[in-house]
Write a new protein. Sequence first.
Length: 73
Amino acid sequence: MTAPSLRKLENDLNINKTTLHNWKKSRPKLFEFIIDSYKDKEMLKKNLNLLIQQKKILEEEISLTQQRVMEEV
């Protein structure tokens, strides 16, 4: 996972680059927490997308199986 760009952080947190640089120097734990949060968010989004794809595949399989069962009856 890559760290978010400073521009993205600026927009999302509504702060300027200078503040971000100051946090990085004077409050490294806060800055690291913010970066880690974005990485976690990105990973969760990917996992959610995978679950949505799996759901669609399962729904298609269920539909096909229902059609087969209806044809046999």
